[in-house]
Design a protein around this ligand. Structure first.
Ligand code: A2P
Length: 341
């Protein structure tokens, strides 16, 4: 380790939507870095990225990239993580991986700091997995309620932003939007159909008519909460929003909970901003407000009309920050606490 109070940090996938946000988050939060190693594909090698008022030069990711690295943040896709995660760990780095590659490996903790930071201590492979963006914001909102009344069932519908699919997906939304406004034909480049002025299910098919994204919400929620009995019934949908995921969440407990109790539990919950008004047009959690912030916004908390003792709520967060980059950096901050912070 270079200097016990300052670390060599590699970011694999530094040019991507999440990778760029990782750099920004490390800088914003003054993570103590003695050397930053921004890594991407051969295509980007030699290009520059902004860093602390200046620039850093991108290096091509390779087997030797992790020599002397203390912390390796990965967000370059699952196949890159599968290949290079173990190489980085073997060379002594703590790997925090944002891809889906290692999340369900029993020897890899799946961590949301506000929910289960203790799990990060046990990392036999030297790898810690960052959960899927839609799961992170949901468990931050639900953990305090689970601790109080144990969740039996979650029915969740997502409204997910295009940035969750990467920077090229955002470009596709913008290009398609220009085509629609110009009255010309929409030619999708990344999405499997029209995302501009439309909603779309664009994830790979998973088992039994559910998408891979939906299965991630099922398995990851149970692993993070440490409770395999929680029923999770998700419908994931992409909406023409650049950034910020929203979720309509219905939740049932092993004992009745009302909206007042849930608000009391969430008012001072770590990472949560509670929006108290159950219904106020325009004053509820929204992607436009959550973008660029670190919090999970929880609002529209209501007693369910049809199921006594159950609740409904609306949960919004910046999917690139809390849903990805920030969560990874928060894990690193807690593993390597700095007196300066
Ligand atoms: P590059 O920009 O050189 O293609 P996003 O999720 O926004 O699409 O970004 C993906 C990130 O992963 C980018 O930084 C991309 O680099 C990087 N990446 C993709 N494939 C590889 C690879 N085989 N080796 C290293 N980095 C990769």
């Amino acid at each position: 380790m270079s200097n016990p109070k300052s670390f060599v940090v590699a970011v694999a996938g530094a040019t991507g939507a999440v990778g760029r946000e990782m750099l920004k988050t490390l800088e914003d939060r003054k993570f103590p870095i003695s050397r930053l190693v921004p890594l991407a594909s051969k295509r980007s090698a030699g290009k520059k990225l902004p860093w602390k008022g200046g620039e850093v030069t991108i290096e091509e990711l390779g087997p030797k990239s992790f020599e002397g690295v203390d912390i390796a943040l990965f967000s370059a896709g699952a196949s890159v993580s599968r290949e290079y995660g173990p190489i980085a760990a073997k060379s002594g780095a703590v790997v925090i991986d944002n891809s889906s590659a290692w999340r369900m490996d029993p020897d890899v903790p799946l961590v949301v700091p506000e929910v289960n930071m203790a799990a990060a201590k046990n990392r036999p492979k030297g790898i810690i997995a960052n959960p899927n963006c839609s799961t992170i914001q949901m468990v931050v909102a639900l953990k305090p309620l689970h601790d109080a009344a144990r969740i039996k069932l979650i029915i969740v519908s997502t409204y997910q932003a295009t940035s969750g699919k990467g920077h090229e997906a955002v470009e596709d939304l913008l290009q398609q939007s220009r085509s629609v406004l110009a009255g010309t034909a929409v030619t999708p480049a990344v999405f499997p159909g029209q995302i501009a002025f439309n909603v779309l299910c664009d994830w790979k098919a998973g088992e039994g008519d559910y998408s891979e994204e939906e299965w991630k919400m099922v398995h990851e929620t149970r692993k993070i909460m440490g409770d395999d009995s929680i029923g999770v019934s998700p419908t994931t949908v992409r909406v023409p929003v650049v950034n910020g995921h929203s979720e309509a969440v219905h939740v049932q407990f092993h004992r009745p909970m009302d909206a007042a109790e849930a608000k009391n539990l969430l008012r001072n919950a770590e990472g949560v901003v509670l929006m108290e008004e159950a219904y106020a047009p325009g004053k509820h959690p929204q992607p436009a407000h959550a973008t660029g912030t670190d919090h999970v916004f929880v609002g529209r908390i209501r007693n369910d009309l049809a199921v006594p003792g159950a609740l409904d709520m609306f949960v919004v967060a910046d999917n690139l920050r809390k849903g990805a980059a920030l969560n990874a950096v928060q894990i690193a901050e807690r593993l390597f606490p700095s007196p300066a912070r």
